[in-house]
Design a protein. Sequence first.
Length: 256
Amino acid sequence: MRGLVRETEAADGRTGRPLPPPAGDRTIIRTRRLVATAAFLAAPLATAHAQSNAVELTVNHIGVGIGDAPKIYGIRLNFRDRDDFEVHGINATIWQPEGEPRGTVDGLALGLPLTGAGRITGIGAGIFGVSATDRITGLGVGGLGLGAGGRLDGIMIAGIGVGAPRIEGFASAAAVGAQDARAVIIAPAYMRIDRGTFTGVSASAFNHIKGSQHGLTIGVFNYAHELHGVQLGLLNYVRDNRAPFRLLPLVNVGHE
């Protein structure tokens, strides 16, 4: 034992302590520790879902999802949505969903150029268009078209067409159509209410209300089955008015 101590003292010039590992060994040890620590910290951040074709860089669903990530609080990027999903934040897609849109977006649904979901609350915007199986609530902007299978609530603007069974708020496109609407509508070419009720103001070349009108329509030709308001236009037709008040120039009002 004393011989070992003497050898150690002779090696490092001090008493009783073993020599440290060479510099190269110390570097290897530190590198291994860093790699192990990084792997431990990164494990919950990167999760690959082979079954859903998605990669999630998240902690408790908070972060970034790429592909068909089922639930994201943050940013979700996908070429085309296929499965049901839930996004609180930004959902950006390149193409419309495969089949019927089923997801829910609370925040921004962004189409580059198309996007869709079951329900969008917040902002829905697409270079070509935006669609929803149920509803869009908030602001909707579509370069060509914008529509929902249930209702549009808020401000809806598109280049060619806006349509839904029910529209509430404001809608503007070359053509706007609904079954029922409580809105201000600007449709340079055509506005149509199909067997329902229109309440509000509409300005269009042809206001075609195959139902009941409550409010004001302004156009070249205004048509309504039943009028509880005013038509202003070149020609104004109310089906339920008695002759000679069915078709009048410039202005028409409802007659019981």
